[in-house]
Design a protein around this ligand. Structure first.
Ligand SMILES: [Zn+2]
Length: 254
């Protein structure tokens, strides 16, 4: 039974992942998420339901459109697979409970933000605002101060980073979306973890950005998709936070 439960949860995740792909492609382009049905971005032909089965269709079609044979973005199976794993992992952690859904929301939002911010430099408000509220529910046993302090710490530290950047570079580097996202993360993670996440995200962003400049993929004046790096650092913190913390403490031991 337990095994069947896991399969069921994973498949539901794949289906949601398929929908997340629609959100990632359409919302930043201002397209309706309901109509029309799925279509190939190259030849515009509509995709039949049997070519639209999460993961499986991508494999059967060898990653190419049935009509024009142009490659289908790898993002599609990746998002589907990761969403399946998000559902499975959340179930493993919280079983069937309200927390499972709230945790799925957090991880799914990070996945969607990662791809949209990377390509469009937008962090959608339709994820940030519900996220801020759902964080309070996620931490209901410590209501309301755990989330409240988290929001203040998250948003406050980004305001500060923005101010410092403005003085140093005379240029906007951190947008309103980043600040709201930090509030969302703070509401879920609390002030200690959100500060660590922001620090880690900034460090990660800086390192990757310098590498991209070194190999001439980006220019120094290009925009840094900070939301994407925050998404990665949140995941690192959620999964490996304690290990990193103890590793860091051990640096000071003999
Ligand atoms: Zn096509």
């Amino acid at each position: 039974m337990e095994f069947l439960n896991r399969i069921f949860i994973f498949v539901i995740g794949l289906v949601f992942g398929s929908f997340f792909n629609v959100l990632i492609y359409r919302t930043p382009r201002g397209l309706s998420i309901i109509r029309p049905g799925s279509f190939c971005p190259h030849c515009q032909k509509s995709i039949k339901f049997y070519d639209n089965i999460p993961l499986i269709s991508f494999i059967l079609l060898f990653g190419r459109c049935r009509f024009c044979k142009k490659p289908i973005s790898l993002r599609y199976p990746i998002v589907e697979l990761l969403t399946g794993l998000i559902f499975l992992f959340s179930y493993e952690r919280f079983n069937f409970s309200p927390k499972t859904i709230l945790f799925i929301f957090l991880l799914s939002a990070l996945l969607i933000i990662f791809f949209i911010d990377w390509e469009f430099q937008i962090i959608p408000d339709w994820l940030n605002y519900p996220g801020i509220l759902l964080g309070f529910l996620f931490n209901i046993e410590k209501f309301p101060f755990f989330s409240l302090y988290g929001i203040i710490a998250g948003m406050g530290s980004l305001f500060l980073l923005r101010a410092i950047w403005l003085i140093l570079r005379k240029k906007e580097a951190i947008g309103g979306g980043d600040i709201k996202m930090a509030g969302f993360l703070g509401s879920y993670l609390g002030y200690k973890n959100v500060l660590f996440t922001i620090f880690l995200g900034a460090l990660l962003g800086l390192i990757i950005f310098l590498i991209l400049i070194a190999i001439r993929k980006r220019k120094i004046k290009d925009y840094i998709p900070f939301g994407s790096f925050l998404a990665i650092s949140t995941i690192i913190n959620l999964f490996f936070g304690e290990h990193i913390f103890y590793w860091y403490l051990n640096l000071f031991k003999r």
